[in-house]
Design a protein around this ligand. Structure first.
Ligand code: 13P
Length: 251
């Protein structure tokens, strides 16, 4: 059943990108047609570029998303950005609970869940990130950590069309290290079981992305793993050629 899920290749540009990066985004728009049969494409640039990228992407097959939002719709929160503002700028998805937000800003599972609900309130998809650290992995706690993060970070009412889970082992982000295909299969299978037990049929249809050092050279192997329904790509999403090559690697 899950084999029918259409893959999503999502690029997380993190704190990279200036107006001049529009040329790279243009190359993604141009090359997207060649991979449209393989996967949906989403690019999440820094907030400063969302509106410009969304204007370029209108009517094209690349969607534009955001990397974080505030749980509230408006108010006295200097420097924060509401989900409604991101949607207004043209974002159709918002990444929440990325491990860099959890680590750098002390974000709790409860806050991440509120942010996912804020994305829904604004009418956009929430991409909720989970993943264990190296220390937790070494201590054999990976599945317990994931169970806890998923149970507290995913809102009730999660559906296949409003929520995407991204499994990103923290130790694999930006390190060039990846889990083996066997480990990914085990962990994604575990996540699938949890999603089905909580959300029934919707959980069976939800996309579970793998993230952490995905690049053109390992994409085909990782994307072929059962219950891997796409990728959340950091560094390799900054270059159109690499980003598109990763999408081409989808089965
Ligand atoms: P890298 O692909 O650079 O390892 O980053 C992964 C990531 O954190 C995507 O959100």
């Amino acid at each position: 059943m899950t084999d029918a899920i259409r893959p999503l290749i999502a690029g997380n540009w993190k704190m990279n990108g200036l107006k001049a990066s529009a040329a790279e985004f243009d190359a993604m728009l141009t090359g997207a047609a060649a991979v449209a049969a393989k996967a949906d494409l989403l690019v999440c640039p820094p907030a400063t570029l969302i509106a410009a990228f969304a204007a370029k992407a209108a009517g094209k097959t690349v969607a534009v998303g955001a990397q974080d939002c505030h749980p509230k719709a408006s108010g006295a929160h200097t420097g924060d950005i509401a989900a409604e503002m991101l949607a207004d700028a043209g974002a159709s998805a918002i990444i929440v609970g990325h491990s860099e937000r959890r680590a750098d800003h002390g974000e709790s599972d409860d806050l991440v869940r509120q942010k996912a609900e804020a994305a829904w309130r604004a009418g956009v998809i929430a991409i909720v990130c989970v993943g264990e650290t190296q220390g937790q992995r070494d201590a054999g706690q990976t599945l317990d950590i994931l169970r806890g993060q998923l149970s507290l970070s995913l809102p009730g009412g999660s559906k296949a069309d409003n929520l995407v889970v991204a499994y990103e082992p923290v130790w694999a982000i930006g390190t060039g290290l990846t889990p083996t295909a066997k480990d990914v299969e085990q962990i994604h299978g575990f996540i699938r079981e949890l999603l089905i037990s909580r959300f029934s049929d919707e959980g069976a249809k939800m996309r579970i992305l793998y993230g952490g050092s995905v690049k053109p050279s390992n994409a085909a192997e990782l994307m072929a793993v059962k219950n891997v329904n796409g990728a959340l790509v950091g560094g390799a999403s900054l270059k159109a050629a690499d980003f598109l090559a990763i999408a081409k690697g989808c089965p």
